[in-house]
Design a protein around this ligand. Structure first.
Ligand code: ADP
Ligand code: MG
Length: 720
């Protein structure tokens, strides 16, 4: 009954619901047309109200609550012009996805039936109360009231989300408990952006930045995803329930031909991409790049970087639009980190830097010695930050799904290191040795010269195997998982950078107080920092076993192999102090996050374990047995029949035996505490699932295709 004509579906939708625009429409009318921009607000608010709101948005000043009513009115009018009938606070609970609860603008008036107005008050704009008990709180609510509230975040603009029958006004919001503790991913992100600003601006003053300069982190996230035909998706309960295939023999052809990466994009996929991009443009999201990725059926979309608060919201919208748009084309978009074993997984490379409100990139080497000085200082801070907080960088990307990627052959290792590139490494080493200069300008700079080297723009060369790579004017954090919210990884990047910058600035000031020039002081700080932390720099092949050896034993870098170790490391005394001192997360908020990570890990693997059991029992074993029965009906003696029968019996028994073990492990939970359950999942359920799968995948290769009910890798990956 699911055997509908997929292409007919795709054709139908292309005509009915396509969202595309001509090139000139794109720039003139479409871009950000569904966003309530400051420009829009300036025409809709009184001058004083607009000025006050702009100060909040651009300079982080306290919101003046008295303007809420006029802003709400302007928002409602704009939203209704756009066709919105409802509004929602749009927020990011600790599940990692977004949450919304729609309310209609419509309100009955008076006491007789039949009249109504569309209304939206300042009070409704500023605060709402969803049922907080339905969201994970990691124990944060247990000792207090179950209530939580969402509050308008004016620093991210409101926008319209459209559906086939209308539209909704979405108001970016934060989510907190009544006691003021963060129940979401957004509050710590906003706190970390402010902490970074507080940490970096004093250093910038030393480098001559003008009064009032503000600094924020910038972020551009490259999203990888798979597309498969919808019909196959519905016929794979494992994909529907868990987002990944729990079974599937490796097809005769995988990605070894290397013909897919950057290849011509199939027409249907390109139509889907164009449609999705058009919607994203309307949302003001500057998507820039699209291409085939390494694995068959894998693609990538990347926006131009933005302020990291906006980038985090936009990243969620990118995932949402890709998911919903794929359906219009009879496709399903898989965001899971490892939907298919044996081919590349999906990541979300987070390109991160720090920039001023005037657009200056602090990690851009620049053309002048003074720009270089500033660059080397901030680059050193990042080196220090990454070395001191390897554990945090590993924990902020920890999840059951990302474990299939990190540390596997074709993804960044679980060991955190930095790729600097040969040229930049050379420059640091020359500073340490006192030689100065660079390979290009050594003669000019002279031994011991205090003049800092000229750094060629795009000094970074290419290396795909490093989890944290300098790529010319930013760092690329590649361990982030494709399905994950970028909010927490970005919070961690901002936090550890703020911490390191604060400490190095104190060093700088100490040198300056002793009477050295700024140039000498920076040279000393850069030299000391590089000497102390150079073990974190690795420019070689991060996938090699030799590196794993050297990193762990030679350099004593952390190797937190699975999420369980990484989650454990999150709530350490060092991290409690770090997050606490900078005001990002208090001890309870941090503990809550750890608890939720364990819980999500446990639940994810638990669902996988049960789905594996169910599928093996109800589809895979029956396929093998019915084929066996069919062979049993062959009456003439045949070597082929005997041979296949023997193999089938052997493998079916193997599958059956592993299935019994899996069933036992699924029933045992390993303990009462959530970390005990998570450990049980990793140590007992995952291996039992693996054994069941191994037998099932061997069966797939010998059972007649007629009996095999699950779509195969060959179909899912190659039919487009
Ligand atoms: P590549 O991966 O080849 O270096 P790009 O230089 O185009 O490609 O950058 C890839 C991603 O990095 C894009 O999303 C881009 O917006 C982002 N990016 C570029 N500059 C910065 C920056 N200063 N801060 C954060 N992200 C950046
Ligand atoms: Mg890249």
């Amino acid at each position: 009954q699911l055997n509908f004509d997929v292409n007919a579906v795709a054709r139908k939708w292309r005509v009915d619901a396509k969202q595309v625009a001509s090139p000139s429409e794109l720039v003139n009318d479409l871009f950000a047309s569904d966003v309530l921009t400051l420009e829009q607000l300036s025409t809709r608010l009184s001058k004083p109200a607009f000025k006050s709101l702009r100060a909040t948005v651009q300079r982080g000043e306290q919101l003046d609550a008295s303007i809420a009513d006029t802003v709400a009115l302007a928002m409602k009018t704009w939203a209704m012009e756009k066709g919105a009938t409802h509004y929602t606070h749009w927020f990011q609970p600790l599940t990692g996805s977004t949450a919304e609860k729609h309310d209609s603008f419509l309100n009955p008036t008076g006491d007789h039936v039949g009249s109504a107005i569309m209304s939206f008050s300042g009070k409704e704009l500023i605060q709402a109360e969803p049922d907080a008990s339905s969201f994970p709180s990691g124990g944060l609510r247990a000792t207090f009231e179950a209530r939580g509230y969402t509050a308008w975040d004016p620093s991210s603009p409101a926008f319209i989300v459209r559906h086939a029958n209308g539209a909704t006004l979405c108001i970016p919001s934060v989510f907190a408990s009544w006691t003021g503790e963060a129940l979401d991913l957004k509050i710590p992100l906003l706190r970390s952006i402010e902490a970074l600003n507080q940490a970096v601006t004093p250093a910038m003053k030393l480098f001559g930045a003008s009064e009032g300069t503000r600094v924020s982190s910038t972020l551009g996230a490259e999203q990888e995803y798979f597309l498969i035909t919808e019909e196959y998706y519905y016929r794979r309960p494992d994909l529907v329930m868990t987002g990944r295939t729990l079974f599937g023999a490796k097809p005769p052809r995988g990605q070894e031909l290397e013909d897919h990466y950057f290849g011509a994009i199939p027409d249907r996929v390109l139509s889907f991409m164009t449609d999705a991009e058009t919607q994203l443009y309307a949302l003001g999201i500057p998507v820039k790049t699209r291409h085939n990725e390494v694995a068959p059926g894998q693609f990538e979309i990347a926006p131009i970087f933005e302020n990291s608060n906006i980038a985090a919201d936009h990243q969620q919208l990118i995932m949402q639009v890709l998911r919903t748009t794929a359906r219009k084309y009879g496709l399903v978009c898989l965001m899971h980190e490892k939907p298919f074993a044996g081919v590349n997984g999906s990541g979300k490379h987070c390109n991160w830097s720090m920039g001023t409100d005037a657009g200056e990139n602090l990690l851009d080497p620049g053309d002048t010695p003074s720009e270089n000085m500033q660059f080397l200082f901030f680059c050193s801070a990042v080196i220090k930050a990454v070395d001191e907080h390897q554990d945090l960088l590993r924990s902020c990307v920890a999840s059951a799904s990302n474990d299939h990627r990190l540390g596997a052959n074709e993804a960044p290792p679980a060991i955190i290191s930095i790729f600097l590139g040969a040229e930049l490494t050379d420059i640091f080493e020359r500073i340490v040795s006192g030689e100065g200069g660079s390979r290009h300008s050594a003669g000019l700079m002279g031994l011991g010269s205090q003049v800092l080297p000229e750094i060629p723009v795009h000094a970074g060369d290419r290396n795909r195997t490093s989890p944290f790579a300098f790529t010319g004017n930013k760092f690329e954090f590649r361990a982030v998982g494709s399905s994950q919210s970028i909010s927490f990884p970005t919070t961690v990047l901002n936090t550890i950078a703020a911490d390191a910058v604060l400490k190095l600035t104190a060093e700088l000031e100490r040198h300056l107080a002793a009477g050295t020039t700024l140039e000498q002081a920076v040279t000393e700080v850069v030299k000391d920092t590089y000497k102390t932390y150079q073990r974190i720099i690795f420019n070689g092949d991060g996938y090699s076993t030799a590196w794993h050896e050297e990193a762990e034993h030679g350099r004593k870098l952390l190797n937190l192999r699975t999420s369980i170790e990484a989650i454990e490391a999150l709530h350490s005394p060092k991290n409690i102090e770090l997050f606490g001192q900078l005001g990002i997360l208090n001890e309870r908020e941090l503990a809550a996050r750890q608890e939720i990570m364990y819980d999500i890990y446990f639940k994810t693997v638990n669902i996988e374990g049960e789905t594996t059991e169910y599928l093996a029992q109800t589809q895979i074993l029956p396929a093998a047995l019915s084929y066996l029965a069919e062979l049993g009906e062959v009456k003439v003696g045949s070597k082929a029949v005997d041979g296949v029968t023997r193999e089938l019996v052997g493998l079916s028994d193997e599958l059956y035996a592993h299935l019994q073990t899996l069933r036992e492990q699924n029933e045992a939970l390993g303990g009462e505490e959530v970390h005990e359950k998570a450990h049980h999942m990793r140590d007992h359920v995952l291996p039992a699932m693996q054994d069941v799968r191994a037998a099932a995948d061997k069966l797939e290769k010998i059972v007649s295709a007629k009996h095999w009910t699950l779509p195969t890798y060959r179909q899912m990956l190659f039919v487009k």
